[in-house]
Design a protein around this ligand. Structure first.
Ligand SMILES: [Zn+2]
Length: 185
């Protein structure tokens, strides 16, 4: 005996209806905003409060991609585990933050170049971010040459100031020596 197609369809339908019966009939759907079980009555929200809440821009219960993520930042994280070679307790994001700081310092250097806030004589900041001490012709005649002071910053500027002092000391000595020679002649 073979079952007719209609009989098979009827069996499937009964099975599906049985599965449906296992669900509490009063919780057919969930409110889109608060997720409470409810009967669908022409709105996907359980009430005006929820629909207003959603309309105000709040995410639906299942819309986790619309929820704001906690902003932990990249400070204070310590490495607790990792593959061999990982240094436990090190500051994982430090290289990243350092690179960011360098970029900020570089941008500040550019601002200095533009704004002319660099008031150290004979000191120029070039496109590579380095500060160069470039002595005057008089200082060059005394043996001074250009010096790459490294990346522009407190250290480089201190070096440039020291070079300026050394150069003026040398000039004073040269003038004194010239005067002594003149007196001797
Ligand atoms: Zn609701």
């Amino acid at each position: 005996m073979t079952m007719s197609q209609a009989a098979v369809a009827a069996m499937i339908e009964r099975a599906l209806l049985r599965a449906d019966d296992s669900k509490p009939s009063n919780e057919a759907i969930e409110c889109f905003a608060c997720g409470r079980g409810m009967t669908y009555k022409g709105s996907r929200f359980c009430g005006k409060r929820c629909s207003d809440y959603y309309d105000s821009g709040a995410p639906g219960k299942a819309q986790d991609w619309r929820r704001s993520k906690p902003d932990y930042g990249i400070t204070g994280w310590k490495v607790v585990a990792g593959p061999p070679g990982t240094e436990i307790r090190t500051d994982y994001y430090k290289p990243l933050r350092d690179a960011f700081e360098r970029r900020k310092a570089n941008a500040a250097g550019k601002a200095t170049r533009r704004g002319g806030r660099n008031l150290i004589p004979n000191y120029t900041i070039k496109a590579n971010g380095h500060g160069y001490w470039q002595p005057s012709a008089t200082s060059r005649a005394l043996g001074f040459a250009s010096v790459d002071c490294g990346f522009d910053g407190d250290e480089a500027r201190l070096k440039a100031r020291a070079l300026n002092e050394a150069a003026s000391a040398a000039r004073r000595m040269a003038v004194a020596a010239e005067n002594t020679n003149r007196e001797a002649a």
